[in-house]
Design a protein around this ligand. Structure first.
Ligand code: VGL
Ligand code: ZN
Length: 198
């Protein structure tokens, strides 16, 4: 069975000193690089969160504090985020420990100012980002997922991967959550959907 690796949002802003810091994020780098350097993948796709400034998902756009609960617009929330991964900024760049020369494709998401994009397959409003068709064009049937953040973009990418018919595995040593206290709930949801946690 042909396999792809999806490396989700390995960008400075999601690392320990970043704007939307994921605790212990840099601890995944060794595992992620092992995956990137393994010979088992037909294709390696990296997603890159890539927001215009004043993105609607930013708390600052609404004059609110970061992490304020928000449910007023379809496709945003459940909280407003600190400004992060602004196009062309250092925070949007890939972490410099990551072996980015192994990426075959880079898929930018969150580029529409009004809509967020937690999944690498589609925007939160359902617009297709072309990833499923790309994988299918390479006859990929199985997908390994690593990256940041486990409870947001990795989770939604994995759920959509299953929906698109791929055998889907999250490599847990290659992922960390922004809210580590929500991991158990997140794992239940993923398992119920048919995602393998390995
Ligand atoms: C992410 C929140 C906002 C992620 C991206 O990559 O998990 N989380 N934008
Ligand atoms: Zn984002």
């Amino acid at each position: 069975m042909k396999k792809a690796l999806l490396a989700v949002d390995l960008q400075n802003d999601f690392y320990e000193d970043g704007a939307l810091a994921v605790p212990d994020a840099s601890k995944i780098n060794q595992k992620v690089n092992e995956l990137l350097e393994s010979e088992e993948y037909e294709l390696i796709v990296a997603s890159q969160d890539w927001h215009p400034e004043n993105h609607r998902s930013f708390a600052s756009t609404h004059g609110e504090e970061a992490f304020t609960a928000y449910d007023k617009e379809e496709g945003l929330g459940p909280v407003l985020w600190p400004d992060h991964c602004v196009q062309q900024s250092r925070g949007a760049e890939f972490n410099n420990e990551i072996k980015t020369h192994k990426f075959d494709y880079i898929l930018r998401k969150g580029t529409d100012v009004d809509v967020d994009s937690y999944s690498a397959f589609q925007d939160n409003d359902g617009s297709d980002l072309g990833l499923a068709a790309l994988l299918k064009s390479f006859a990929v049937e199985e997908v390994d997922i690593c990256g940041l953040a486990y409870d947001v973009c990795v989770k939604y990418t994995a759920l959509d991967s299953v929906k698109n018919g791929f055998k889907t595995n999250i490599i847990q040593a290659g992922s960390k959550a922004v809210n580590p206290d929500q991991i158990e709930e997140c794992n239940q949801e993923l398992k119920k959907a048919g995602v393998n946690l390995i």
